[in-house]
Ligand binder design. Structure first.
Ligand SMILES: O=C[C@H](O)COP(=O)(O)O
Length: 260
């Protein structure tokens, strides 16, 4: 993967675009399997793209073995929606980064707004999880975004605080994905306005330059076909939720990004 992200983030060379999908807890196991099979069938469409796009999916933990089986040989990555910061020990119910890596996972989401809101995730725990993920050779998908829609300056500051805290945990030189997700745009009717995303994305890129990581920046929050074009190159890809349940929509998004 080292060739997909320039070492020097000020380089004019664009990183390889990347599209992620989190299934959250929308599907049961049988439906997840059926959906993974449809995603695997996008393999030929991915191979025919005018430029390569990385695609990864994040099903619930019990479906990781299915992802391994169904996505084998497709080039489509997979991973988990959360991870614990400890390598092992008396942590009932938790899953370590090392164990995820053993499943063949390459990505792991940390700090999603729903985990911050419902499960008490803090900047400190997100940094610890980022450290654990990068230490295990996983790519953390670091989610960050402001709670309220009405204050652009505040949005950038709130998001940057989260991003900087998470990056402080990253192993130097490691690969990360930052998913900028304004909380008010998650599960909404439409994505955040492009001008808003561009302004915050610029600030995040500044933070990425200040850290010794190889980072890509994606946007999430009701993202779907048309969102990437609307954002006009402000991000390196998208993080999809509901609008990827229809894999035809996912195919359209990937093709749109490859053409952009
Ligand atoms: O994990 C994905 C994001 O939270 C976006 O979800 P959504 O596209 O359903 O709003």
């Amino acid at each position: 993967m080292n060739d997909v992200i320039p070492e020097n983030s000020t380089s004019a060379v664009r990183p390889r675009p990347v599209v992620g999908v989190s299934l959250k807890l929308y599907f049961g196991l049988a439906r997840t399997r059926a959906w993974l099979a449809e995603v695997a069938a996008l393999r030929d469409a991915l191979a025919a793209l005018p430029r390569p796009v990385d695609l990864f999916v994040l099903p619930a933990f019990p479906a990781l073995a299915d992802a391994r089986e169904l996505l084998a040989g497709t080039g489509i990555g997979y991973g988990a929606q959360d991870v614990h910061w400890a390598e092992s020990g008396a942590w009932t119910g938790e899953v370590s980064a090392g164990m995820l890596a053993e499943t063949g996972a390459r990505y792991v989401e940390v700090g999603h707004a729903e985990r911050r809101r419902h499960f008490g995730e803090t900047d400190e725990t997100v940094a610890a999880k980022t450290r654990a993920a990068t230490h295990a050779g996983l790519v953390p998908v670091i989610c960050a975004g402001e709670l309220r829609a009405d204050d652009l300056a505040g949005a950038a500051e709130e998001t940057l605080t989260q991003v900087r805290a998470a990056l402080s945990g990253a192993v130097p030189g490691s690969e990360v994905v930052i998913a900028y997700e304004p909380v008010w745009a998650i599960g909404a009717r439409e994505p955040a306005p492009a001008s808003h995303v561009r302004a915050v994305a610029d600030a995040i890129r500044g933070a990425l330059r200040d850290h010794d990581v190889r980072g890509r920046l994606i946007y999430g929050g009701t993202a779907g076909p048309g969102t990437y074009t609307e954002l006009g190159g402000a991000v390196d890809g998208l993080f999809l939720g509901r609008l990827a349940h229809d894999t035809e929509g996912l195919r359209k998004v990937v093709e749109e990004i490859a053409a952009g």
